[in-house]
Every structure is written in structure tokens, then in C-alpha cells.
Design a protein around this ligand. Sequence first.
Ligand SMILES: [Zn+2]
Length: 285
Amino acid sequence: MQNLRKTIAKGVEYEGIGLHTGTLTKVRLIPVSEVDKNSPTGIVFLRDGVAIPAHLTFVKSSQRCVVLSNGDVSVSTVEHLLAALYSFGISDVHIFVEGQEIPIGSGDATHWVRLLMEAGTRELEQERKVITVHKPIEVRDERTGAYARAVADKKLSVHYTFEHERPFIGVQSFLCDDLRAHFISDIAPARTFGFIEEVEELFKRGLGKGGSLENCLIVFSDGYSAPLRFEDELVRHKVLDLIGDLALLGVDLNAHVEVYKGGHELHLQLIHHIWERLMSGEGEI
Ligand SMILES: [Zn+2]
């Protein structure tokens, strides 16, 4: 089956506040035009007339959230929107951003799923590049024991493990054999979370200004700020972030990705290795 590049069928927009800046941002998603569909550019953010491709080479920072920049112009917290686009198979779209940070919605990706359902998708004539992993790729942090690895699989699958010393969290492990197929039901509703001690630290650093109980699940010493949507909601949100980070490859990846104690930085290290191998070979990694 031919895998074609895809854009959205019609333009849509969404307005909301950013988690860290607390400011209102409007985002307009515009399909690629008949003109640029012949030379697809991928997913591109446009802010103040500057194009910022959603590609790992434009990542400025990945602490707490992913920030992309081109020169002095940046957009932050792109990961949940990118995860939704990736799971819908949308490879080419222009995202006009009026503001600095992509809206957080209710902390999950359900607002983006609704928006993309409203937008619909349209196939382009170009074939979409799909890469498969032949030799395992692994990154490891010897100090913490954290690792991320990609091994061969016919689809994009995951085994993600998250653990925390709070006994009511313990070890959460999420296994999914087809992330794209299960994204809407099993991953998109999982909310951003923060441990109360980290939230206090974020406030001190001037971040988290838009954070509230409506868009963030707070983990207290003895429980959560709201009922969980899934027993293992925390690890599912980690998977949501991982998919958004994988979108920064700019190509479809079919692999089984295994992550232990991960976060954006570890995900991006793995993705850099995948990219380097892709660049040095003939498309096989
Ligand atoms: Zn997230």
C-alpha cells in the first residue's frame, strides 16, 4: 500500500493559554497549497513571518517542554500538537502562531484531536518516507539507569516504563503494539502532570504561569488533584510526549520504542541517533 503525504482538508484555528507563559495564543492550521504541495516542506510553524520547521534540527530546548526556534523567533510546548498530527498521519501543514506558546488546552491532546477531526485530511501526490530500524539504536544514562531504544517492528509500537518513589505511583508500564491506531482512545486523553514540589520550583523560575487544575494533574504527597482518567495516566502522558518528539524526525518511523525513566531530553537523544544514522546511510537505519 502506498503511503502518501497528507495535509489537512481545510483550515482550522484554536485559541487558548500557554502552560508556561500563561498568555493567550491563537494557532491557525492551514493546508499546504496547490503550489507547495509539489515541494512538500513538512510541518512548519510560522510566527512573525519566520518559518520554524518542526524538525529536530530546530530544537532549542527540551527541558520541561519542547521549544523550537529559528534565529530569535521561537515557539514552545509544541509536543502535544505534533503528537496529534503524527497520529493522524499529517506530514504537511502550516501552523500560524500568534504568540509564543502553543495552547495547553486541558493538558492533554484531545483539543487537537477534535480540531484535526474538524479539519479532515487530504492526501498529497508525494509518497511519504517511512523508515524502519534494522539494527537496534540505544541511548542510556548510566547515572540514572534511564534508557531509550528503538528496535525493528512493522508498526510504531512502544513499551514505556515510568516509576516514582511515591508508593501510590510505583511502577507504571504501558505497552502498545500500534501507537497510531490507539492514539485517540488510549493516549490523547492523558494529561500533563507535575509533582507539587516541581510545580513550586517552576513558579519560582517564572514558569507554569498558565498552569491550573484545569490543565494539569498535580501529584501531591498522598494523591492526585483530580480523579485519574486511566490508572496509568502518568506513563500514558509520557508516551504522548514521546510521539510528539518522534514527529520531529519529519519522517514516519516504524519501530518498537522502549523507554525506561524517560523524558523529552532522552527521547530527543534517541531521535538524534536515528537521524544521524538516517543521514549517513541510504535510508535504511
Ligand atoms: Zn506533555
